[in-house]
Design a protein around this ligand. Structure first.
Ligand code: MN
Length: 247
């Protein structure tokens, strides 16, 4: 058995206003290099009913690394489904409705048998994707700096070695999962692949950079060429966002 097994929105206004708002959002995202740095933390603070935050930038903002169609389906359909299914799972679990997503994922082992796996998969999916969108946000530094860079050099020898480890973990993850750069409570960094939507938080780690290697993340553009996808996405990472996750 896997060791971890135990382990809002206002509707309304006129449609024209909604369109104008969407255009404003796009214009703002296009001019601000990194406008929503804490969306990942915000999602971990959500509790039932969970809400899918907007992507925060245009679907084609990081082409060619991630094509617009993949971005759209990935955020609007896949991520949305994790949120929907997480809400369904907690619909009748009144004792769990006040728990934040962070509390649910770190306390997975304490959840009732009937919802643990659903929260693991869909709560993990919600948290992991919120981080992924933040890490892909256009703009920001393309290489690590400051305390995160120092920690990477200390624990991997170089930034290049760290990125190589992330690529190896992503390529080596059999089936669906993620390649994670994560830190422990003391700040030490490690890279590991985790299956499905398992969150580093469940292992007491803090996610710093997560790369989605589910086929839905790349198949439309890259088909079976996961290695090309990993090269492109690792070169796209917004290290300002990663630095916030690390701090
Ligand atoms: Mn995904």
């Amino acid at each position: 058995m896997h060791r971890r097994t135990f382990l809002r929105t206002t509707v309304g206004a006129a449609a024209s206003l909604a369109v104008a708002s969407s255009l404003t959002e796009r214009a703002r995202a296009a001019t601000a290099p990194f406008a929503r740095p804490r969306v990942s933390e915000d999602v971990l603070s959500q509790h039932y009913p969970f809400v899918l935050p907007p992507l925060g930038y245009a679907n084609d903002a990081v082409e060619p690394a991630v094509d617009a169609q993949t971005m759209s389906i990935h955020h609007d359909k896949h991520h949305a489904t994790y949120v929907t299914n997480l809400n369904k799972a907690l619909e009748t679990q009144t004792a769990l409705q006040g728990k934040t997503l962070r509390e649910l994922l770190t306390g997975l082992a304490t959840l009732p048998d009937g919802v643990r796996t659903t929260v693991r998969n869909n709560g993990g999916g919600h948290a992991n994707h919120a981080m992924f969108w933040m890490l892909l946000a256009p703009g920001g530094a393309k290489t690590p700096s400051g305390a995160l860079a120092s920690a990477i050099v200390r624990d991997f020898g170089s930034v290049t070695a760290c990125l190589a480890a992330m690529k190896t973990a992503g390529l080596g993850q059999f089936g669906s999962g993620w390649s994670w750069l994560m830190r422990d409570g003391g700040g030490k960094l490690t890279v590991r692949g985790l299956p499905n939507q398992d969150s580093p938080l469940t292992d007491g780690m803090r996610p710093v950079v997560g790369i989605d290697v589910w086929e839905h993340a790349y198949y439309l553009k890259y088909q079976n060429r996961r290695t090309e996808y990993l090269d492109a996405v690792l070169a796209t990472v917004n290290w300002d966002a990663a630095a916030i996750a690390y701090a």
